[in-house]
Write a protein that binds this ligand. Structure first.
Ligand code: FS2
Ligand code: SF4
Length: 553
């Protein structure tokens, strides 16, 4: 196995990554290798989908399979090797069907169909031993000795960014929102990867194109979320239990949460959010369910302790899953792209097993009152207060905005983000999104002119909202986003963050501070480009970075 797609990867000399029998995340060698095979097949599928689209033929099943397949290979999503064996067989059948469709469409258009080679012609073995033997050729570092580290690094940036784009597009799709231009862009990126590109300049252009595509995807996801569940508005979420039976739901998938709320209506079971599901409480059509009782716990990396002490079943709807522990193994369920061997999977919106488990478990024995967390400061809520915000900036009451957003994780360097938020001067506002906010969202930051200093925009999935807010403020001040008194501090962990990072670069947002460590796949030469052409800043210390951000420009 070789994998260096996430922040927690095994570090070491240049080119290091998780390369033993198990990754730091718990992904075993066979699963990692099967994921590589699936990715290779998805490139082949992308070759055909891309050509079919140029001939005016859309294949919705193929578009969906690509999104779902890529999503299963994100960090902390699916660890179930049996599922990958099934998907590899499914991918081969799909590819064969697409090949036939492509040849027919080309002939119908009076064209000679291309005979595609490489990933498009890959024939997977019909057993796991054979598949594992094929995995070496499908690895992200295949050919490194020939093409060099920089080419591998940019291919990795493209592939990992694409995985993030696909995950966001999948979240939108399950709520009924998809766009042809997204499917075309994703198939194009797979086609590019299938060609084993070597030109650094062209790859950088492709990465920026992917960043622009991701902006469209994030906009579509925003439309899916707000169209389904209303416009988020500020709401105080309880963080303490209510007496009664309980189910915990984690991850990002609001459709799953909605289905669970419907399924538990009238059962007396309360539903609690966990991790990235916290922002659900900001949506009027989700919080109208009275049994959406509150939020329990914090970010994903604490789940083994928090799930163990939760007195009911747990449903994990997307990233970030870590190895279920014996204390809760028999009461955790996966859904959608998520999987762990031996863990029950919820299919077709059937939550009956989870409901049965909740009835059999004790639930919370007493109601406890305590602190709340305020969520729901999406683009509409923040821009609704734009007049006050602009006045406060003009009067000097607000000196600067910090957007501290992104992922959380277990690395000790992540204290930087807590320190940054806590040390930000009292005349600065803090906008946040993603699970990294749990490092500081229980802290009382006070308010400025009646507005809370900490504004929680939502999930990492809500990056679009942050960009709309920044663009609207720039419009109000008649300047560019880079001229605003705004600094972005991005905490990255996995591939969704890689996609958002590419979007920031593509939109020309400069001086993005990135930490806690830089991606292992970014070589010194690629980093040089990011620093010199895009003004990317690796983080230093909270104190020094705050000072630098606030220094007169
Ligand atoms: Fe957090 Fe994990 Fe949201 Fe990332 S729950 S790090 O994959 O997607 O942010
Ligand atoms: Fe290692 Fe991250 Fe890959 Fe897991 S996802 S194997 S921790 S690089």
């Amino acid at each position: 196995m070789f994998c260096f797609q996430c922040e927690q990867t095994t570090r070491g000399p240049a080119g290091a990554g998780c390369a033993t029998d198990k990754g730091v995340c718990g992904k075993d060698e066979a699963t990692a290798d099967l994921q590589d095979v699936l990715i290779h097949q998805l490139k082949g599928i992308g070759q055909y989908v891309s050509r079919l689209r140029k001939l005016g033929v859309a294949d919705q099943a193929a578009d969906s399979f690509i999104l779902y397949g890529l999503f299963t290979t994100l960090t902390n999503v699916n660890f179930n090797r049996a599922r990958f064996v099934e998907m590899i067989a499914e991918a081969a059948r799909l590819r064969d069907r697409l090949r036939t469709a492509y040849e027919a469409a080309a002939k119908a258009a009076g064209q000679q169909p291309e005979t595609l080679t490489g990933a498009a012609a890959f024939v997977p073995a019909d057993n796991i031993t054979g598949l594992l033997a094929q995995a070496n050729a499908a690895s992200v570092i295949t050919g490194r000795d020939v093409v060099g580290e920089d080419v591998i690094g940019l291919r990795a940036l493209l592939l990992y960014g694409l995985k993030g784009v696909a995950a966001y597009a999948h979240h939108a799709e399950v709520l009924g929102e998809s766009r042809d231009e997204i499917a075309i862009g994703i198939a194009h990126a797979l086609d590019v990867l299938a060609s084993d590109p070597t030109d650094l300049g062209e790859m950088l252009e492709e990465a920026l194109a992917l960043g622009r595509l991701n902006f469209k995807v994030m906009e579509t996801l925003d439309a899916a979320n707000t169209g389904s569940f209303g416009t988020p508005s500020p709401h105080a979420v309880r963080t303490t239990p209510v007496e009664g039976k309980a189910i915990l739901i984690s991850g990002h998938d609001f459709r799953d949460l909605h289905e669970l709320l419907e399924a538990t209506k009238g059962t007396g079971i309360n539903v609690y959010t966990h991790g990235e599901m916290l922002p659900a409480h900001g949506y009027p059509k989700l919080r109208e369910y009275p049994h959406l009782a509150g939020n329990y716990g914090g970010a994903w990396q604490n789940q083994q302790i928090e799930f163990a002490s939760f007195p009911g079943p747990i449903v994990m709807t997307s990233n970030c899953l870590i190895e279920p522990q014996p204390l809760y193994r028999n009461r955790i369920f996966t859904s959608g792209p998520v999987g762990w061997p031996g863990i029950r999977h919820i299919a077709n919106g059937d939550y009956s097993a989870a409901i049965q488990a909740a009835k059999a478990l004790p639930g919370f024995t007493k109601t406890v009152e305590g602190p709340t967390l305020t969520v729901g400061f999406g683009r509409e809520a923040v821009l609704g207060a734009a007049g006050e915000v602009i006045e406060a900036v003009k009067s000097g009451a607000i000196r600067h905005f910090f957007l501290i957003g992104g992922c959380d994780g277990a690395a000790p360097g992540r204290n930087y983000f807590t320190e940054f938020a806590e040390q930000a001067p009292s005349d600065t506002m803090i906008l946040t999104l993603g699970c990294g906010k749990y490092r500081f969202n229980s802290h009382d930051f006070g308010s400025i002119g009646g507005l809370p200093r900490l504004l929680d925009i939502g999930q990492c999935n809500d990056s679009y909202s942050a960009l709309v807010i920044a663009t609207a403020l720039a419009g109000a001040f008649n300047c560019g986003v880079n001229e605003l008194p705004l600094s972005l501090v991005v905490s990255w962990f996995e591939q969704k963050a890689a996609a958002v990072f590419l979007t920031l670069l593509a939109l020309g947002v400069r001086n993005v501070r990135l930490g806690p460590t830089l991606p292992a796949f970014l070589t010194p030469a690629i980093l040089d480009i990011l620093v010199n052409q895009f003004g990317v800043l690796p983080i230093t210390t909270a104190e020094a970075d705050i000072q630098a951000a606030l220094a007169p420009r």
